[in-house]
Design a protein around this ligand. Sequence first.
Ligand code: DLZ
Length: 163
Amino acid sequence: MATLNKNLSVYDKNSVPKAKNFRFGVVVAEWNEAITEGLYNGAEQAFLENSVPQEHIIRWNVPGSFELIYGCKKMLQTQNVDAVIAIGCVIQGQTKHFDFVCEGVTQGIKDLNIQTDIPVIFCVLTDNAMQQSIDRSGGIHGNKGTEAAIAAIKMAFIRQQAS
Ligand code: DLZ
């Protein structure tokens, strides 16, 4: 099914637009590193499989998911990228910290999408237990990093077509 309106070039829902000329930023939180590395590996692999050159993938680390907002903002401001992925993993603990970090990063990434012209893809796992995150970062439920990279390519394409 076509996903852009009839005045624009379209991509098929089941295919990925050509990506070899796009550049992508990936900002990775260091908290729950085993999970965020799995998500990053899934994203990187998907970019490479869709012809994005390795040198067009710009990776920055930040301490925790809350810092993804600032990291993505500076990536947008200083790097010539067509889309950015924010990668993090927040796991429910004994305190309300989980809620505050989840709320903060979700709203922060949403704000960047409203305020700037470059799409920021939300790849932050918000799970009740570590096993759920393991299952979604290259485990039995796939890899959300891979899905985020495909979303980034599609959004970069939409931005290009709509500008
Ligand atoms: C403090 C904290 C806690 C308790 N849990 C997580 C988490 O599960 N995932 C994550 O990415 N970050 C966590 N953080 C760190 C915060 O994101 C942030 O780095 C600190 O509050 C400093 O601003």
